[in-house]
Design a protein around this ligand. Structure first.
Ligand code: FAD
Length: 314
């Protein structure tokens, strides 16, 4: 799966993000937190892409702090839950079929997950977020839930607290590390081709020592990230991938990605600013990788907590 994510992002980080939201976040939530019946009902049509999903965690006023400060609420009334609140930045939301909505239960104060059917649930509405500079193909939405009634049968039956939400994020954060490795590869390949074809002072710019220095640093970043994510895949296979491991992968690879795409853009000179020369898109998309699914700082705080035993954020 990691290699697929890397290859998708090598061509287009938006496509890898769409896939990550649908297959990783939405299907992953049902796979990890759903009952057998819920898995049987929802996963087959999602695998075949007949039904598309999204994952609603972030809110307009609460992003990094959702574990402790989520404001979207769920109130049980018999066999129904009433959801109220807002979710922001939700990938695929403007057009998908189902949303995994995370909300705080007013009775026990724990975060629970709900499968909301976008097109048939009264009180559920989505506004498309426009004028983004990154991941332009991904449709992000601002969801509003107003007395939105969801049957108990659509509550993720195995999830009891935010720890279960974090279980999903552990896998998808590590997937973002694969994607940001692929993003670097795409930018590097465009920049190398450009450097070989672009002539200055009568020679290809690839022949200049300082351009070679940038290319060498880019390939070194890519190699380091590929090695790291491959090791993480081995840990995952062995059932040993922890939250701090996933955070190391996400923080390191997205930071290296930012560096690599900036050097790729630099090699393309003025043309690097234009979206027509390939690298501009990777340059912008790297910013989204750096921030979504937990910012660089939040990943480092998770690592810091594991190192010191002291939490800087709870
Ligand atoms: C393109 C895109 C797609 C997205 N898709 C989804 C999606 O599908 N589903 C979803 O639920 N969310 C999605 N998000 C939201 C994303 O996960 C959040 O933007 C991210 O978690 C950060 O939250 P925030 O934007 O509210 O920033 P804030 O939490 O307000 O953070 C702002 C800045 O403050 C820093 N900061 C915050 N707290 C601390 C602290 N304790 N210590 C140090 N620094 C701190 C942050 O690192 C950051 O630099 C998406 C975002 C983008 C841009």
């Amino acid at each position: 799966m990691g290699f697929i994510q890397m290859e998708l992002a090598r061509i287009d980080p938006s496509i890898s993000t769409f896939f990550g939201v649908h297959a990783g976040l939405a299907m992953g939530s049902i796979y990890l937190g759903g009952s057998e019946e819920q898995k049987q009902k929802w996963l087959p049509p999602m695998i075949s892409l007949e039904k598309i999903g999204c994952f609603g965690l972030t809110e307009p006023l609460v992003g990094s702090g959702t574990s402790a400060g989520m404001t979207t609420t769920a109130k049980r009334e018999g066999d129904t839950w009433v959801l109220n609140g807002e979710k922001k930045w939700i990938g695929n939301a403007p057009w998908c079929d189902i949303s995994i909505i995370w909300a705080r239960d007013l009775d026990d104060n724990q975060v629970k997950g709900f499968i909301v059917e976008n097109k048939t649930t009264p009180g559920f509405s989505v506004e498309k977020i426009t004028d983004k500079m990154a991941l332009k193909v991904v449709q992000n939405g601002h969801i509003t839930l107003k007395d939105c009634r969801v049957p108990e049968a659509n509550r993720l039956q195995q999830d009891v607290s935010f720890r279960d939400t974090a279980r999903v994020l552990r896998v998808t954060r590590y997937a973002v590390a694969w994607m940001s490795t692929g993003c670097q590869m795409g930018a590097y390949e465009h920049a190398l081709k450009y450097a070989q074809e672009r002539l200055q002072f009568g020679k290809p710019i690839a022949s200049f020592q300082m351009v070679q220095d940038l290319l060498a640093k880019m390939i070194s970043n890519i190699t380091a990230c590929q090695c790291l994510v491959t090791r993480m895949a081995q840990l995952y296979e062995e059932g040993k991938l922890t939250d701090p491991h996933a955070s190391v992968a996400k923080a390191f690879c997205t930071a290296k990605c930012r560096e690599t795409v900036a050097w790729a853009r630099e090699i393309c000179g003025g043309n690097g600013i234009s979206v027509d020369y390939g690298v501009g898109r990777f340059f912008a998309d790297a910013e989204a990788f750096y921030t979504y699914e937990g910012t660089y700082q939040m990943q480092n705080l998770i690592i810091g907590k594991a190192i010191t035993g002291l939490s800087a954020f709870v």
